[in-house]
Design a binder for this molecule. Structure first.
Ligand SMILES: NC(=O)c1ccc[n+]([C@@H]2O[C@H](COP(=O)([O-])OP(=O)(O)OC[C@H]3O[C@@H](n4cnc5c(N)ncnc54)[C@H](O)[C@@H]3O)[C@@H](O)[C@H]2O)c1
Length: 256
């Protein structure tokens, strides 16, 4: 059974790995299973991305890419294929959050969140599909949230909309890419893993306590322990017959 999760000889591209958040934890886990790593993030994250690459081991390549820019995405895949020869696994952990009431959210802000989270996911998946199709295999893993099919108690309409869209982009491209031997799945973390993205919430212990009690397991998500396993599953042969799925990694939040 252990061979099912073995990623030796596979090349994994993890986008959004530069903030030390879920992307880094996912990258480290893929490397632990034997994958060669290519990491990407925005150019502003250069120093952080280099530090992440060092922590993830040797032979890790880094590239810069804004996921809202299709030319940069194409150049990213060129760079990864030039460095590693191919791309077998794409994990998109790039994302932004906006916590604002609907009537205080500007059109620009709404479009920015949709642009990074939803359009960025579609662009990355489109490019991965184009590059993986000729090889007849590939594993794409997107990140949504527990709010993929529901909303939460805090005002985040742009974020909720973008993350619901990611779930259906996942299903749609799974349908189109299945005949090419490529699986497309989505991990939906929830409701709270302490990272830079969620740092503001850490200042509200009462809210965190409510989040923890709202899960079936009675605790918050642990970025060190809880995300890597499901992503390795979806990136490996262990999930050969899974595609178009949204896998909730939320301590049971969505089951109630
Ligand atoms: N942390 C949580 O509790 C939680 C819960 C549910 C879902 N998620 C999702 O997991 C993913 C990772 O979240 P995280 O908590 O690690 O966040 P994070 O803020 O630590 O990491 C997000 C990364 O995305 C990068 N990024 C932002 N805009 C980009 C762009 N235009 N182009 C390229 N990269 C860009 C950032 O530089 C950063 O490295 C996100 O999609 C997030 O929505 C996180």
């Amino acid at each position: 059974m252990s061979g099912l999760f073995d990623l030796t000889g596979k090349v994994a591209l993890v986008v959004g790995a530069g903030a030390g958040g879920l992307g880094e934890r996912i990258a480290a886990a893929l490397a632990d299973q034997g994958a060669s790593l290519a990491l990407a993030d925005r150019a502003e994250r250069a120093a952080d991305l280099a530090a992440t690459a060092l922590r993830c081991g040797t032979g890790v390549s880094t590239s810069f890419c804004d996921v809202t820019d299709e030319a940069q995405i194409s150049a990213l895949f060129d760079a990864v294929i030039s460095a590693h020869g191919r791309v077998d696994i794409l994990v998109n952990a790039a994302g932004v959050m906006l916590r604002k009431a609907y009537d205080e959210t500007s059109l620009d802000e709404f479009q920015r969140v949709i642009g990074v989270n939803l359009t960025g996911t579609w662009l990355l998946n489109r490019e991965a599909g184009r590059r993986m199709s000729p090889q007849g295999s590939g594993k794409i893993v997107n990140l949504s949230t527990v709010y993929a099919e529901r909303v939460g108690p805090v005002p985040e309409s742009a974020y909720y909309a973008s993350k619901a869209g990611i779930a259906n982009v996942t299903r749609a491209l799974a349908s189109e890419l299945g005949p090419h031997g490529i699986t497309v799945n989505c991990v939906a973390p929830g409701v709270f893993y302490p990272t830079q993205m969620t740092a503001a919430l850490s200042e509200s212990p009462d809210q965190l306590d409510w989040f923890a009690r709202r899960t079936m397991l009675g605790r918050l998500g642990d970025p060190e322990q809880d995300i890597a396993g499901p992503v390795v599953l979806l990136a490996s042969a262990a999930s050969a017959y899974m595609t178009g799925q949204v896998i909730y990694v939320d301590g049971g939040w969505s089951a109630w």
